[in-house]
Design a protein around this ligand. Structure first.
Ligand code: SAM
Ligand code: SF4
Length: 332
């Protein structure tokens, strides 16, 4: 059975936020003083298992664990280990995660043992001082240690870099060389208007990837690639190094027509679009009893309301289409 939304898009990809908490406070993602959800509101690991398993039963083939920082959730490895059964049975093609890398050195081997083969690590700069500034609380050396451990464990690593004006504009070549040396993919992301940032000027931070591409094309030969990995990234190759680079461009090029995903928060809310406020509750149907009937009905209903796309727009010098929730709430 497959989940099909009103625009005939098959939903085969679930992104699950297992916590809204994080050991960093990245300036584009969170304010410094965040109020987190009371722990009692979170779904238990057993409930997360039931929820994901229901989605796998409904045709989801790819599961990405995110947050907040997924690796700060207590006992999260047991959840990964439990999900491995869906890989073993062949019902799931991929189990993966997005992480800030701070705890990766502790968990890389266990992740591999649970069947994870690829991880996305978010890293916007290779300068330790700038890293401390952008994450407020992070230490670059821990993330580098995490990258080493991940590669040693056999995990393929992709770096996610948020392109930020006046912050990492001068580091593009350094980041590319770092990834080429380590044989890691690299994807740049445009900053999205998610949640209130206090002092941070999001529109001022925004760096259109069309501009970044023009900058790169001055010194590199870029060839568009047809590759689609089931996500929103578009890829090109740098002929000089053979490197593949991805661009996620929610602002300059909307990719909603091929959206195949939904997101679930750690409290069991389903968001069928990252850039719309609409959500439905899956926690009540999940807790209504031991059988999955009410849950499955609620999932079908939510998918039946998936909107066509987001309305992010900075063209008027304001955060158009802005979401009230932070990225860490829905899971990036
Ligand atoms: N803590 C993990 C991490 O940082 O990778 C997972 C959650 S984080 C919310 C997921 C991704 O969202 C990260 O790559 C982060 O850079 C990105 N992100 C957060 N806020 C963003 C924003 N306002 N616009 C674009 N990307 C954002
Ligand atoms: Fe934490 Fe990731 Fe948000 Fe940074 S981007 S504050 S690491 S959730």
């Amino acid at each position: 059975m497959t989940l099909i939304d009103p625009f005939q898009r098959a939903i085969t990809y679930l992104r699950l936020s297992v916590t809204d908490r994080c050991d960093f406070r990245c300036v584009y993602c969170m304010s410094e003083n965040m109020t987190f959800l009371p722990k009692r509101d979170l779904l238990t690991l057993e409930e997360l298992d039931r929820l994901c398993s229901a989605f796998v039963g409904l045709g989801v083939r790819k599961l990405r664990i995110t947050g907040g920082e997924p690796l700060v959730r207590r006992d999260i490895m047991s959840f990964f280990q439990a999900m491995a059964r869906h890989l073993d049975s062949g019902h799931l093609d991929e189990l993966t995660l997005t992480t800030n890398g701070s705890q990766l050195h502790r968990f890389a081997d266990d992740l591999y043992a649970a069947g994870v083969r690829r991880v996305n690590v978010s890293l916007d700069t290779l300068d330790a001082d700038k890293f401390a500034r952008i994450t407020r609380w992070g230490k670059l050396e821990n993330v580098l240690r995490g990258l080493d451990a991940a590669q040693r464990a056999g995990l393929a690593v992709k770096l996610n870099v948020v392109a930020l004006k006046g912050f990492n504009e001068d580091e593009i070549e350094t980041l590319l060389a770092f990834c080429a040396d380590r044989d890691m993919d690299l994807t740049f992301i445009e900053v999205m208007p998610m949640g209130d940032m206090g002092e941070t000027d999001r529109v001022g931070q925004y760096w259109a990837l069309s501009d970044l591409r023009r900058q790169m094309a001055q010194t590199m030969t870029l060839t568009d690639l047809p590759d689609r990995t089931g996500g929103p990234a578009r890829y090109f190759r740098i002929e000089e190094t053979g490197q593949r680079v991805g661009f996620i461009t929610p602002l300059t090029h909307n990719f909603c027509e091929s959206c195949n995903r939904v997101r679930i928060t750690c409290t069991g809310e389903i968001y069928t679009c990252l850039g719309q406020e609409g959500k439905s509750d899956l926690r009540a149907p999940l807790r209504s009893g031991p059988t999955d009937g009410p849950l499955i009905e609620a999932i079908h209903k939510a998918i039946g309301q998936k909107p066509k796309g987001h309305d992010f727009d900075y063209s008027r010098g304001q955060e158009g289409g802005k979401m009230s929730r932070h990225m860490s709430h829905t899971g990036g």
